[in-house]
Design a protein. Structure first.
Length: 193
């Protein structure tokens, strides 16, 4: 089930799938001098907690780029770290590594726990961060942050969206501070082959 918050819910497994959380993106920008409000991780966690509660999820699969960079887990504020740990204790948690967080260690993200995999085959569906155009099996992934852009009554509107082909589903970015790529972009079309 595609949820308007940009997540998938798999009822038979009671699994919630999210992609591109990008925890600690604002703090990454702040290190480079671009000051942004430091609440992106908190807002993303609040949304994830609410969806977990609303769906009764017992599994959470994070399809890559859960942290904006390899040092993101160490910058996570104590309050967010505690909230994340509490959520992770309530469900079976799997981190799928992505291009922003390829170095998540075997202890979970910097000791946060959970399982860490490069990809997974779950009931015949491949879960990975970036779609593989040569993959013939059903596949769910993130990476591209697809958005639908429309012009309505002279106003431009952009909203995250899912993009699918016959065997692939690209998920939108779930993180509170993530941009997006137009759903019709050539890179997205190439990934769906």
């Amino acid at each position: 089930m595609a949820l308007p918050q940009g997540a998938l819910f798999w009822p038979s497994r009671r699994a919630l799938l999210v992609a591109d959380l990008h925890f600690e993106k604002a703090s990454w920008f702040a290190r480079g001098g671009q000051m942004l409000p430091p609440y992106d991780s908190q807002a993303t966690l609040e949304q994830l907690e609410a969806l977990t509660s609303a769906t009764g999820a017992r599994e959470i699969w994070c399809l890559g780029d859960s942290f904006h960079d390899v040092d993101g887990p160490t910058r996570l504020a104590a309050a967010c770290r505690e909230r994340l740990a509490s959520l992770m204790q309530a469900v079976r948690w799997t981190w799928v590594t992505g291009n922003h967080d390829p170095a998540l260690d075997g202890n979970g993200a910097a000791g946060l726990g959970g399982d860490v995999v490069a990809e997974a085959d779950v009931e015949g569906i491949i879960l990975r961060h970036e779609a593989d155009p040569s993959e013939d099996r059903p596949e769910m992934s993130g990476h591209f942050h697809p958005k639908m852009r429309l012009s309505l009554r002279g106003r431009h509107v952009a909203r995250r969206c899912f993009v699918r082909s016959g065997t692939k589903l690209l998920m939108p970015a779930f993180g509170a501070l993530t941009g997006g790529m137009d759903a019709g972009h050539q890179a997205i079309r190439a990934a769906l082959r």
